[in-house]
Design a protein around this ligand. Structure first.
Ligand code: PLP
Length: 413
């Protein structure tokens, strides 16, 4: 029986959701045994009365925390005016969001990037792959191949699975679409050797997320840019996880001194409402009517939430805040790694942090944290990942450190 929430949710909480989920939902996810009935800021309120400190943020989605008033109000207002119109007509909220992204991506030497909106990160990457193939057709005699990186993650559709550099996501689905190869990360010579007459572009996360929070080096990133310029390839930055301020810059690539041709986004862009975006800079902005589309992409509600999210990030200086809180969190994690030697390799940028756990015990650590009312998640078997809301405060980090310390003590033995 729940101890929080309204009468309606109290009634609902009395159903056995965990059993019902097994009965009615496909067994796609190994979920933790909890249902939540409410979220506010960095807290999630479970139906059984527990209150969790949430450093997962819907897997890097709730950048403003749960139910931020600006996002709630934008959704509420838009839902009362116009929910969906299709892409047959000009959509004011879509234009507003594209304008924000254009302005954010404009530099002293280059116009901003224009947007195409979809509904997820995988779909954003599909758009980028199609755009790269069109670029290859026009500029490189029909080249279509994409070079991506070992340990990368680009989504669950067939093409994005083929682009993902992790065998565990690929094996079951062979044969995968043709035209994708992977090379070691942060190795420019490997990209050079893999480039052939078939190559159309390079797809890369400036900070690998699912692969374990690994940033590119500036020399590598700038080397990729130069290689793409010399050989007329497109450089595609997958910012689905690292974008929207998570690393302390709006896009992670801004840390590394060169601008990509195409940028993909999703997750945090609309503060929790499903959205994807594929941005093209002047060199790659070559889609024409009929080339690409999406029924829901750029839906007014998603775009209204996106505009509210970006404006809130700007107004509340959340990029600077993420940088400061990231440094504070790093110090705390380094402290824990001294106390618990089975933790090592504290790394990351801004509020995209990680550490490794010896003997592939990351899932065990995440579970122990869960038992202590702290939500963190692993990235692979040996890495714990921190992708909290950008509104996370110093007091929250202190509390999270204490909870994690208590949890680690139960794993340490
Ligand atoms: C870097 C990156 N690209 C693409 C995706 C796929 O996004 P979605 O799950 O929205 O399709 C993810 C999801 O985790 C991601 O981290």
């Amino acid at each position: 029986m729940t101890t929080t929430g309204s009468g309606a949710s109290t009634r609902l909480a009395q159903r056995d959701w965990l059993t019902l989920e097994q009965q009615y939902y496909q067994h796609t996810f190994a979920r933790l045994p909890v249902t939540f009935e409410r979220g506010e800021g960095v807290r999630l309120f479970a139906s059984d009365g527990r209150v969790f400190l949430d450093l997962v943020a819907g897997i890097a989605v709730n950048v403003l925390g749960h139910c931020h008033p600006a996002v709630v109000e934008a959704i509420r207002q838009q839902a009362g005016e116009l929910i969906h119109i299709s892409n047959l007509y000009v959509n004011e909220r879509q234009v507003e969001l594209a304008e924000e992204l254009y302005q954010l991506s404009a530099t002293a030497t280059q116009d901003g990037m224009r947007s195409f909106f979809s509904n997820s990160g995988a779909e954003a990457n599909e758009g980028a792959i199609k755009l790269a193939r069109k670029f290859g057709k026009l500029h490189r005699d029909g080249a279509y191949e994409i070079i991506s990186m070992d340990r990368s993650f680009h989504g669950r559709t067939l093409a994005t699975t083929a682009a993902t550099g992790q065998k565990k996501y690929q094996d079951t689905w062979q044969p995968l679409p043709d035209g994708f190869i992977q090379v070691p990360f942060n190795d420019l010579e490997a990209v050079k050797s893999a480039t052939s007459a078939k190559t159309a572009g390079i797809l890369i996360e400036a900070v690998q997320g699912e692969g374990g929070i690994y940033p590119v080096t500036p020399t590598y990133w700038q080397g990729l840019r130069q290689w793409c310029d010399e050989h007329d390839l497109v450089l595609i930055a997958d910012e689905v996880q690292a974008g929207v301020g998570r690393t302390g810059k709006f896009w992670a690539w801004e840390h590394f001194g060169a601008t990509p041709d195409i940028v993909t986004m999703a997750k945090g862009l609309a503060g929790g409402v499903p959205i994807g975006a594929m941005l093209a800079g002047p060199r790659a902005d070559i889609f024409e009517p009929g080339d690409h589309g999406s029924t829901f992409g750029g839906n007014p509600i998603a775009c209204a939430a996106g505009v509210a999210t970006i404006r809130t990030i700007k107004e509340q200086h959340l990029l600077e805040h993420a940088t400061a809180m990231g440094a504070y969190l790093r110090g705390k994690l380094e402290g824990l790694s001294v106390k618990y030697p089975f933790i090592s390799g504290v790394r990351g940028l801004g509020l995209m942090m990680a550490f490794d756990v010896a003997n592939d015990r990351a899932a065990e650590v995440a579970r122990a944290a869960f038992e202590h009312n702290l939500l963190i998640t692993n990235a692979g078997p040996r890495t714990i990942r921190f992708i909290p809301p950008l509104i996370l405060g110093q007091g929250d980090i202190d509390e999270a450190t204490e909870l994690l310390d208590n949890a680690l003590a139960t794993v340490a033995r």
